[in-house]
Design a protein around this ligand. Structure first.
Ligand code: FBP
Length: 548
């Protein structure tokens, strides 16, 4: 296979590791834990894995060895830079303990476990994927592991392969499922441990014990580089407003981090929109004011960052989407209708007056997207809704009105962008390469110690890697009860942007300056892998502010 010089160089990069993971690693048990909320219900649902102690790893003199074991690994959900390094860390950790230890990768995500699709990961395979982006070593998938028949199929496959433990690398939902699986296997006494690893570029799997999910660092750096480049272009040509939508299904962590890195003129934070009960028109008006202010001094250009999940955080919009979901679920009458106009009239006649007014106010193309793009559960797929185009159109209209009334004099030429897939498989930053490799090594230690129902964690991440602290947190500790598909379920709490947290507070304090015509943009440039540590090993601004 042909490789770029950087690919070749990265293959031999040796990830930095915490001292705690060197030599003979010992495990110290901390205090017993409780779930973050709904303790009684969670304990009832997880009698075998509830209340376990926190674990910390430490280095002791001597060599470490284990009896031969076989381990399976699954990549679950959306790609995130560093996933391959979790697998490499796991592999190296296992082989160091006993060269007869084996690692099997389940193919195409959780379905690989149920369907018995796997590949043994030998050093030849592993070496090809060291420090690379992507999940292509074994592929990923979004099959949910939540039903007993799936767990039982998993037992059969593991027994065939002699697998003693499964590592699930995934986001909040996948780790919730890892916990359910761990509980089931412990209850059945089938001798299969389950360990989770915190993954997602969205950055919403974090809490008191998890400082950040892996992949967030690299993805945000890639997007910030692109935003910086666009800002330099905007500042050179001085003729376009760029509307940039950024991935992150619900939470706005990515948009906020990119704003901290690049200082755009405007960045919308969905969580703030919801907290202030803003309407779509409020958001449009706010953008239009900044455009008009900059136009007064001849700056007819700028950047606007928009989080992917925005539309669902606008309370009135969420109600409209909910009404449409209910209205269109299994609605054969609607499906049989011919012509967009007939469908539009039908919908208008069925909505509540408030939702109808909002629906009518939307550009026709967007209103149509709301009624067409539905997932298999009947929900609108918000990620397919081009919010950046919606805002461009509405801001354009508002500016036209302002021009007519004499409050705006300027030109509003626009470009739209969506950054998502560009960042999900980038070559992991040193931070993600090191962090993920350590997570993999930590998972090995938890397995060797016979633990199950734990997530591998590495903390103290704003310090040099040697000082990082590795350990395990019982997954039940992060759980609470939430309504999902009409039923109360135990789930890991999703972390949205904390409006009282330091990253948002910093943004709030500075955004007026960033909107200002005299303010300079920041141009972060591309991720650097070789060079001074202040250039190559910096964590995200979010992490630095949170740990400050
Ligand atoms: P995970 O939560 O599984 O990590 O995926 C995150 C994400 O990248 C979101 O940012 C995005 O909305 C979604 O996946 C896109 O999903 P898909 O890959 O199925 O298009």
């Amino acid at each position: 296979m042909l490789k770029s010089p950087l690919q070749i160089a990265r293959q031999s990069y040796q990830p930095k590791m915490p001292k705690a993971l060197m030599g003979h690693v010992v495990l110290r048990e901390g205090q017993a834990t409780q779930s973050v909320a709904d303790q009684e219900e969670i304990q009832k649902l997880f009698p075998n894995t509830y209340g376990l102690p926190l674990l910390t790893l430490d280095s002791a003199p001597g060599e470490q060895q284990s009896d031969a074991i076989n381990v399976g690994v699954i990549l679950s959900g959306g790609q995130a830079p560093g996933g391959h390094n979790v697998i490499c860390g796991l592999f190296d950790g296992l082989k160091k303990m006993n060269p007869d230890n084996k690692l099997f990768g389940f193919l195409g995500g959780p379905s690989g476990l149920i369907e018995g699709k796997y590949e043994e990961l030998t050093s030849d395979v592993i070496d090809e994927y060291r420090n690379t982006g992507g999940f292509d070593i074994i592929g990923s998938g979004r099959t949910k592991l939540e039903e007993e028949w799936q767990f039982d199929e998993g037992i059969k496959v593991c027994k065939q392969l002699g697998i003693n433990a499964i590592v699930i690398i995934g986001g909040d939902d996948s780790n919730t499922n890892a916990c359910v699986l761990a509980e089931y296997y412990k209850q059945k006494k089938c001798g299969i441990q389950v360990i989770g690893c915190p993954k997602t570029i969205d950055g919403d799997l974090k809490n008191e014990m998890i400082e950040t999910s892996f992949g967030f660092d690299t993805a945000c750096k890639v997007y910030s580089e692109l935003i910086g480049n666009i800002q330099r272009d905007a500042n050179s040509a001085k003729k376009y407003w760029h509307f940039i939508r950024l991935m992150g299904r619900s939470a706005s962590h990515i948009a906020l981090e990119c704003a901290l890195q690049s200082q755009p003129n405007i960045c919308i934070i969905s969580e703030e929109v919801e907290a202030k009960n803003l309407t779509l028109q409020d958001i449009v008006d706010q953008i239009a004011i900044v455009v008009a202010e900059r136009a007064k001094v001849g700056q007819n250009f700028g950047t606007v960052l928009i989080p992917e999940g925005l539309i669902e955080f606008i309370p009135a919009m969420r109600r409209l989407i909910q009404e449409l979901n209910d209205l269109l679920a299994n609605n054969e009458e609607f499906v049989a209708m011919e012509g967009d106009d007939a469908k539009r009239e039908y919908i208008k006649s069925m909505l509540t007056p408030a939702s109808c007014e909002l629906y009518r106010s939307l550009p026709k193309a967007i209103a149509k997207q709301l009624t067409m793009d539905r997932d298999p559960h009947g929900n609108v797929q918000v990620s397919l809704i081009e919010t950046e185009k919606l805002l461009i159109e509405m801001v354009g209209k508002k500016l036209a009105q302002m021009k007519a009334s004499g409050t705006y004099v300027g030109k509003f030429a626009t470009q739209h962008h969506f950054f998502g897939y560009e960042g999900r498989c980038a070559i992991p930053s040193n931070f993600d390469a090191d962090y993920c490799y350590s997570l993999g090594q930590t998972a090995t230690q938890l397995i060797i110690a016979g633990k199950t129902g734990y997530m591998a964690i590495v903390r103290n991440l704003t310090q040099p890697a040697a000082e990082w602290v590795a350990g395990g947190v019982p997954i039940t500790m992060m759980m609470n009860m939430e309504k999902r598909n009409g039923k109360m379920k135990p789930v890991i709490q999703k972390a949205l942007v904390d409006l009282n947290g330091k990253p948002f507070k910093y943004f709030e304090e500075h955004r007026a300056d960033w909107a200002d015509a005299d303010m300079d943009y920041i141009y972060p440039g591309p991720i650097q892998y070789y060079g001074p540590t202040e250039v190559c090993d910096q964590p995200t601004h979010t992490l630095l502010l949170e740990n400050a």
